[in-house]
Ligand binder design. Structure first.
Ligand SMILES: Nc1nc2c(ncn2[C@@H]2O[C@H](COP(=O)(O)OP(=O)(O)OP(=O)(O)O)[C@@H](O)[C@H]2O)c(=O)[nH]1
Length: 753
């Protein structure tokens, strides 16, 4: 006769599988779990034993739960499928019939005949869920079995109905922690039926108790359908809120452009921003107290423009490195009396890397030495060609100091914005980026946020970078309290638990609880990441990165001592041909490697190549902290070779010499067949058979080579330690003399950075 499984037998005996497993083991029937099988004889034994045991196992009043079904092998699970229709009665149960909320026996009993809402509520309070008995635990076993029978009856429909359940879904899509009620909805089955099925499978729960993954999977198998865990939305992922691809076009409306002003030192950025700000303040804001919140808006021709007050190019790219790409348009200020300078080029490359269009403001045209045409000419070299020269870059000649042509510049900004069709949906929960943030003694963490989508309101639960809170107050750049902020509006907020960082992204959440959970989790992860900081692309890990398919081009920054070298290096690097990757020079300039180069490298995941130049101390520190690969060379072809080898995955590991010991030669023997044998004493460290050796005479290295043999007395040995004598020969070298020192060393591979 076929074997029977414990859980089937338990079902038949109307007792929990766990209790039966225990009973079996106590009575010499060795079984592991509810999936174990027993012989017909053993089954008979258990049947006869079960009566006594049921009362014993339930008398302690404890929740009887089944061991995790994890151990259940797959094939057994499948073998189980043929039982999936065993509950036909229950399946026919009316789907709309109100179900008891609690699985307690008492509750069920009270409820058995006429469920009504008041009663259900009352029973919700009864937490006696999965007990076989509760307060009545000490009563006799017959009573208990009756109650169990009663319970099973209660789970079955009072009057069989003709109405059929909706068909089961093909796949049970679940999330970990769902309860019977949740599953009931998905399976189109009454929750009570699910509780019953679980009971039969040895899992005692009420409808509200959350279920483990394995339990849900077994349940699905029991219904004969596949179970699939739904990928849960990662609440800590703020980027998903920025995904505007799914945004319904009809919700989008025009938004003001966000403009960053960049340029070389003293070319007039601040003067320009001040001029624009003061000459275009809106009437209602006049008289407000100007606040430095890192950004402001002006109204011009009834249109609004947002200006960011970014302090320098490094900050611009640093924000980008943190994920904030908030600038729509870059205004490049170039002084007409000074022309294109190193930081002008830097600014161009930062803007290009961020893919923002550039409007050139040729400043200081009022000055006697001004030569705007020369500036234009210089800029053509960087791909900035004015329209009347056949290009598409907008050039405006201005005087920031005297307010000349500022309106024209604003017109051009609006024109560029119009072409870009900048849009956002104001009717959604706000998302955006941090422009700047600080700790205010009185107000706590204060952050200037730029709203990029949606509308931000006072009171919104919010996650900002790795911080969270509720928007307590919101102030604009004129110090006025505002209640809401629409797309492209910068606002200063308070109410966060900590200070976020410039460039962090923010998103408004539906409730404060989720915001807090997301914020805390993000902070935790950031901390973990900081600990196990993954390095940027380096020439050493380039090949591995390429193989992982993460890299199609190798961004490179070139710094060299003279322009000729910059160009030579750039051209040669671009000629390197390796399947699937190419060199992309994102910035090249003459001069030392500075902090701006390092931040640009960080934001663009680039490698810096220095030719005859060194990094400044600050740049060096920053590169070390952020693990930016800086390669310094003095020979061009070596630099090219290195990059090429890295791209082909052939970069030689770097070795360093490590001295392991010294031998003082005390005696010399000559053997016609072997050559010169040196007898000596190991004076420090050790000498090993495979070591490289250097022969030093009077402080001068006479010969560098390898050991030929190493012996102690007559035996070949692998190593001899300090304080011992040894005999040795040097490969292909015989001119060893007494008092020579033989230095043993090995080449140690330096771990890849
Ligand atoms: N004649 C003249 N002087 C100007 C003009 N714009 C700015 N300046 C002067 O140039 C100097 C530098 O101007 P800033 O606005 O401070 O330059 P910046 O680019 O902000 O300089 P940093 O903040 O140091 O990078 C100041 O003395 C200004 O008064 C202009 O259009 N004409």
């Amino acid at each position: 006769m076929a074997k029977e499984r414990i859980y089937e037998l338990a079902k038949e005996l109307k007792m929990p599988s766990k209790a039966l497993v225990k009973l079996a083991n106590e009575n010499g029937v060795a079984v592991k779990s509810h999936m174990s099988s027993v012989t017909p004889e053993q089954a008979a034994k258990l049947r006869s034993l079960s009566g006594n045991q049921q009362s014993a196992s339930t008398a302690n009043g404890k929740v009887v739960s089944q061991p995790k079904p994890k151990e259940q092998p797959k094939h057994e699970q499948q073998a189980n499928d043929h039982h999936k229709h065993h509950d036909t009665k229950a399946e026919k149960q009316h789907p709309n019939k109100p179900q008891p909320k609690s699985a307690s026996v008492k509750a069920k009993k009270e409820k058995a005949n006429q469920p009504n809402h008041n009663e259900t509520k009352k029973k919700n309070k009864d937490k006696g869920g999965n007990r076989f008995n509760n307060k009545n635990g000490k009563k006799n076993k017959k009573g208990k079995r009756n109650r169990q029978n009663q319970r099973m009856k209660n789970l079955q429909p009072k009057q069989p109905t003709q109405r059929k359940d909706k068909p089961l879904p093909d796949v049970l899509e679940y999330t970990d922690g769902m309860n019977a009620q949740d599953l009931a909805k998905i399976l189109h089955r009454p929750a009570a039926e699910i509780v019953k099925k679980l009971f039969m499978l040895g899992v005692m729960v009420n409808q509200n108790q959350s279920l483990e993954k394995d339990t849900i999977e077994i349940l699905a198998a029991d219904y004969g359908i596949e179970a699939k865990e739904k990928v849960q939305e990662d609440i800590t992922d703020l980027d998903r809120f920025f995904d505007v691809d799914n945004e319904d076009e009809s919700h989008l409306v025009s938004r003001p452009p966000v403009v960053t002003v960049m340029g070389h030192v003293d070319h007039g950025k601040t003067t320009l921003l001040d001029n624009i700000r003061h000459s275009h303040i809106t009437a209602q804001e006049a008289g407000g107290i100007t606040q430095a919140i890192g950004a402001y808006q002006v109204k011009y021709n009834d249109q609004v423009i947002t200006f960011l007050d970014t302090p320098g190019h490094a900050a611009f790219s640093e924000m980008r490195a943190r994920g904030a790409n908030i600038t729509d348009i870059t205004v490049l200020v170039v002084a007409a009396d000074d022309g294109v300078m190193p930081q002008t080029i830097e600014a161009i490359n930062h803007a290009k890397a961020a893919k923002t269009p550039i409007i050139v403001a040729v400043n200081k045209v009022d000055k006697p030495g001004a030569n705007p045409d020369h500036v234009t000419e210089q800029l053509t070299e960087y791909g900035l060609i004015p329209e009347d020269w056949g290009g598409d870059t907008i050039f405006v000649k201005i005087s920031a100091k005297f307010g000349k042509n500022i309106d024209e510049l604003l017109d051009m900004i609006l024109l560029q914005a119009e072409v870009m069709e900048l849009k956002a949906n104001p009717n959604r929960r706000a998302v955006g980026s941090v422009v700047e943030a600080r700790l205010d003694q009185g107000r706590g963490p204060v952050a200037t946020l730029l709203v990029q989508q949606g509308t931000l309101h006072v009171g919104d639960p919010i996650v900002v970078g790795n911080t969270f809170g509720r928007v307590r107050t919101m102030t604009n750049e004129n110090g006025r309290r505002i209640k809401e902020a629409t797309p492209s509006t910068p606002v200063e907020i308070t109410g966060l638990n900590a200070v976020p960082e410039a460039g962090d992204r923010f998103a408004v959440f539906e409730d404060e609880k989720t915001a807090r959970a997301a914020g805390e989790e993000r902070a935790k992860r950031a901390q973990e990441e900081e600990r196990a900081r993954t390095s940027h692309v380096t020439l050493d890990n380039l090949f591995a990165t390429m193989k992982k398919g993460q890299m199609k081009s190798l961004p490179v920054i070139i710094k060299a001592d003279v322009q000729g070298s910059v160009e030579a290096l750039a051209q040669s690097l671009q000629k390197i041909k390796v399947d699937g990757v190419r060199v992309d020079i994102i910035h090249k300039a003459v001069g030392a490697i500075n902090e701006s180069d390092v931040t640009l490298a960080e934001a663009s995941n680039a490698v810096i190549i220095g030719f005859n130049v060194r990094p400044t101390p600050n740049a060096k520190n920053e590169a070390e902290t952020n693990r930016i690969d800086i390669r310094l060379h003095r020979v061009i072809y070596k630099a090219i070779e290195e990059v090429e080898d890295a791209m082909k995955g052939m970069l030689e590991p770097v070795y360093e010499e490590e001295t392991i010991g010294q031998v003082e030669v005390r005696q010399i023997y000559k053997a016609s067949k072997i050559g010169t044998i040196a007898g000596g004493m190991v004076t420090s460290g050790k000498i090993t058979r495979n070591a490289k050796v250097r022969l030093v005479r009077d402080g001068v290295v006479i010969y560098d080579g390898e050991l030929g043999s190493l012996k102690r007395f007559k035996d070949d040995v692998k190593e001899v330690k300090a304080g011992y004598e040894c005999g040795l020969t040097i490969q292909n070298y015989n001119d060893i003399k007494e008092m020579d020192v033989i230095e043993a060393y090995q080449m140690k591979e330096i771990p890849v950075k």
